[in-house]
Design a protein around this ligand. Structure first.
Ligand code: ZN
Length: 528
């Protein structure tokens, strides 16, 4: 028997949670042809995996790499972690489906998160967008239909209720997007124009998603909470599931500094809804703080009309006073304590790494004014991340919570990576090895269980047929690592550092990482 690629001598952990066993994996073309004792077989290329673990490639269910993948398809920060499939467009922060004009406008508005991808791409449909990634990236790319773009196409960047003909138009675009392979709908109700919606609008849209049996991936509402009868939060997500019949996927759902150790309070409403029949899955990343862009701190009215209007308002002295006053009232979380992670080419290049609190002091204006000034100077191309808690006790408790959550069969891992900027959140480089290496070993969880959460679990939830499990006939997406030594090396202080202990990664039968080096092979496909 002859294979194109033979992975010999490793311990195969197949992704189902079953115990690992010593076996060879024979690959022909894109697919796994045989798993077993293949010592008599020949192969064009043999990878000696003696002493290593061979698992399905990891699936990242929350990656803000929409723009980064279009700039550099090699995508070393993701593929070096063993991630062979990324689901982009979480929170509905994405660039399709958008007309050419709306694409340029939303690209500008989202540059703090998605960076600056080419200006002239055809992103007019999910089909067109998929073609921009297919065989142009090292990893497979799945995408949600984004609530943001769909709302822009139906109603513009305007604070208007989506009803009547506009709602019909949105439903048609969503229907077409799902037909063209979107793996669900994603919304982020701290972001715009998504937060202009009401619960009723989301229920109407999700009825379309439910027809396709796909999930709604949701970042819970903390903007315009008056537009949800529940006041936003997890209760709104549950209500959407209950009323529309859609499967709910809760984005980055974990404890945080202040609620560390209290899993009961976040899980009680979820488990109660599940017992009533609402279908809920969840994801988390293994860090105590997050990352975003400063738009998240501005009141709702400041965004109305889009990025041009937003910049005009920030630059108007009278409106500026109103904006900063509203930012100071506790609205959506305070900007204090965050660190600039990316400043675009037009902004002050000395800012990345600096605390928000310190730029105010340096320039002699309030922290809120300083944030507005940076937004204007960088033409909106700026992003931030949190700083981890000073108490290592709190930090470790959150990590322990994350691993307890991942012991639940309804949990998976979404890195929430934002691979843009001078000092990104370390999750963009270290999320998966941190879970399968450092934290799994520290808290003593079984490897097979942890691997199931990042392979079979997401593949089934998001409809990735033929992926997520090692078996004959499935696509050969494979991570090969040293289970005793695999580790993240990306830190808050030095984030853009690759992990160790993952020498080989295979995507659709092609070697994408070879002896810890990216090969430059762009064999990733638009999936599912
Ligand atoms: Zn996110």
């Amino acid at each position: 028997m002859h294979f194109d690629l033979l992975i010999s001598g490793g311990t195969v952990v197949d992704g189902t949670g079953a115990p690992g066993k010593r076996a060879d994996v024979g690959i022909k073309g894109k697919r796994v042809e045989k798993i077993g004792d293949l010592h008599a077989a020949t192969a064009t290329r043999v990878i000696d995996a003696t002493g290593l673990t061979v698992t399905p490639g990891f699936i990242d269910v929350h990656a803000h790499s929409d723009g980064a993948l279009l700039v550099d398809g090699q995508h070393a920060n993701g593929i070096r972690q063993g991630v062979t499939t990324e689901i982009i467009a979480p929170d509905g922060l994405t660039l399709a489906p958008l007309s050419a004009e709306n694409y340029r406008m939303y690209r500008w508005y989202l540059s703090g998160i998605l960076g600056l991808p080419p200006e002239d791409l055809d992103m007019s449909s999910i089909k067109a967008a998929r073609a921009n990634y297919h065989n142009k990236t090292s990893c497979n790319v799945a995408m949600f239909a984004g609530h943001g773009p769909i709302r822009l196409e139906a109603a513009g960047f305007n604070d208007v209720p989506l009803t009547g003909q506009m709602l019909d138009k949105a439903k048609n675009i969503l229907h077409e997007s799902l037909e063209q392979g979107a793996c669900g709908l994603a919304t982020g109700l701290s972001y715009y124009p998504q937060s202009y919606s009401t619960t009723d609008e989301l229920v109407e849209l999700c009825k379309v998603v439910a027809e396709f049996g796909r999930p709604l991936s949701i970042h819970l509402r903390n903007h315009n909470v008056d537009r949800a009868p529940t006041g936003g939060g997890v209760e709104e997500a549950i209500e959407i599931g209950r009323r529309s019949g859609v499967k709910i996927h809760l984005e980055h759902y974990r404890t945080q500094p202040g609620s560390e150790g209290d899993l009961e309070s976040i899980l009680a409403p979820v488990d109660e809804a599940k017992s009533e029949g609402v279908d809920i899955s969840l994801e988390t990343y293994p860090y105590p703080v997050g990352s975003s862009f400063p738009q998240a701190f501005f009141p709702s009215w400041v965004h109305d009309g889009g990025p041009g209007k937003l910049l005009e308002r920030l630059s108007d002295p009278e409106l500026r006073m109103r904006i900063t006053a509203e930012m100071k009232e506790v609205m959506y979380g305070r900007p204090a304590g965050n660190v600039w992670s990316w400043i675009g080419p037009e902004g002050d290049q000395s800012l990345p790494g600096m605390l928000f609190d310190d730029i105010g002091e340096k320039t002699g204006v309030s922290l809120e004014d300083a944030v507005c000034d940076v937004m204007v100077a960088s033409n909106l191309a700026s992003g931030f991340r949190g700083a981890p808690p000073q108490s290592t006790r709190v930090w470790r408790q959150i990590e322990e919570d994350v691993m307890k959550l991942l012991a639940r069969p309804d949990y998976m891992v979404g890195s929430d990576s934002i691979p843009v900027g001078q000092l990104p959140h370390p999750r963009a480089y270290g999320c998966f090895p941190r879970v399968i290496g450092r934290l799994r070993r520290r808290y003593g969880y079984p490897l097979e269980q942890v691997i199931q959460r990042v392979t079979q679990n997401p593949a089934e939830r998001f409809g990735m047929t033929g992926r997520g499990v090692h078996k004959t006939g499935n696509f050969a997406d494979i991570a090969i690592f040293d289970a005793d030594h695999v580790n993240d090396r990306a830190s808050f202080e030095d984030p853009a550092v690759f992990p160790e202990g993952i020498p080989f990664v295979v995507v659709n039968g092609n070697v994408a990482v070879d002896h810890e080096r990216v090969t430059g092979v762009l064999a990733g496909e638009a999936v599912p």
